[in-house]
Design a binder for this molecule. Structure first.
Ligand code: GUN
Length: 382
């Protein structure tokens, strides 16, 4: 049996082994194709021994082959799915604990959510936000308006909330009916109560790097990256999508975290080639399973912000084969939620990725709660 050298994971990570191409393995060992520093850190919690052949070490190679024990192999070393639900629960617990402290000082921060019209999905989101608020200990108010409401009438409601001392955060659920001037409404929210981070004053502060309220989804992505131990500094990060609510603030946040950021969109040339340069991919382009395995650099971290409704059987089959969980969901509801990333293929090359559902989605409400607490602390100076 060939003698194998075993190092500790932190040591290997510190030595900066990245993208080591593994082409063969010793008997009894299965070869891993790639290993990145991120992967090493990821393997530590499951206690998987990583070993290098002595010949590689004696050659002083900066990229010795890494082998892992047969039996652990591919399913253990395929991408780790980041559990967004668990991270969101952690954040909500932290917020609830701070709210408990404030309660002892006689302070109860409040969030108002405004729903215009009766869109079923928006209504479900708003109810979820209000319910989470109550569970954590916020004061929560839900305003439901008819879709016939004019821009002026909605402006009037927002102004009342701006002046209401019980309300620290205001969220006007989007999309608004077409006849309502969305820009005017978002700009009418007091920037100090703008827990969506959509007001131009808050967007400007974000760009300048000032402490401010930042859009919930990109903030959630940053929490996911940080709490999963992803090294952002110096990483090549690709943001796929340039929307005001996700792509643009996401790129700014990553840049402030010292990533080298590229924003890609529908007109980007050679999109797969560009995405393949990334250590971190944030997909927020709204196209079902657009990011396929061949777009992703081995070892990259892939964050999927997409939530696309798929109600076509053939497409479910194409994307997930016979995956029983997906089919169970599909049979129950008549559709499933699918991200912008082709999960089945990408998990074979990425080191970590977020699933859909259960990845970024739950984070958005958790960061909304965090923003509401932050808005209250700032406004009330507590
Ligand atoms: N609709 C879907 N997502 C959001 C969000 O983050 N904020 C608001 N205001 N509306 C939404």
């Amino acid at each position: 049996m060939m003698k194998l050298w075993e190092g500790t994971i932190p040591l290997l990570a510190e030595e900066g082994w990245r993208d080591s191409l593994i082409e063969d393995g010793a008997p009894g060992w299965s070869a891993r194709r790639y290993c990145s520093a991120d992967l090493l850190l990821r393997l530590r919690p499951i206690g998987l021994a990583l070993r290098a052949t002595p010949s590689a070490l004696s050659l002083g190679s900066a990229h010795p082959p890494l082998l892992c024990e047969e039996g652990h192999k591919f399913h253990d070393v395929a991408a780790t799915f980041i559990n967004g639900t668990k991270i969101a629960e952690d954040i909500k617990r932290e917020v609830a604990s701070e709210l408990e402290d404030l309660k002892h000082r006689g302070i109860q921060p409040g969030l108002a959510v405004v729903l215009v019209g009766d869109d079923a999905a928006s209504s479900a989101y708003v109810n979820m936000k209000a319910k989470t608020c109550e569970q954590l200990g916020f004061y929560s108010r839900k305003l439901t308006m008819p879709s016939s409401l004019s821009t002026d009438q909605l402006l009037c409601e927002v102004r009342k909330l701006n002046q209401d001392d019980a309300i620290d955060g205001i969220l006007v659920q989007l999309p608004l009916p077409k006849h309502v001037n969305k820009h005017a409404i978002l700009e009418s929210v007091d920037p100090q109560k703008d827990v969506d981070g959509f007001h131009s004053a808050n967007v400007g502060s974000l760009v300048l790097g000032h402490e401010t309220l930042v859009a919930c989804t990109p903030l959630g992505v940053m929490e996911v990256l940080r709490r999963s131990g992803v090294k952002i500094e110096g990483a090549n990060a690709i943001v796929l999508g340039r929307s005001d609510d996700v792509g643009k603030p996401q790129a700014i946040l990553l840049m402030h975290a010292n990533a080298t950021v590229t924003i890609c969109h529908s007109k980007t040339r050679n999109l797969p080639d560009v995405v393949r340069q990334a250590d971190i991919v944030v997909a927020a382009i709204g196209k079902t399973a657009m990011v396929t395995r061949d777009w992703v650099k081995p070892g990259a971290v892939v964050i999927d912000v997409g939530t696309n409704k798929v109600s076509d059987r053939a497409e479910v089959q194409r994307l997930f084969g016979d995956d029983p969980t997906r089919w169970k969901d599909f049979e129950k509801r008549g559709y499933i939620w699918v991200g912008d990333v082709d999960e089945r293929g990408v998990k074979e090359v990425a080191s970590m990725m977020t699933p859909v559902p259960g990845g970024v989605g739950p984070m958005t409400i958790a960061t909304l709660m965090k923003n509401t607490l932050k808005a209250a602390r700032t406004r009330r100076a507590v």
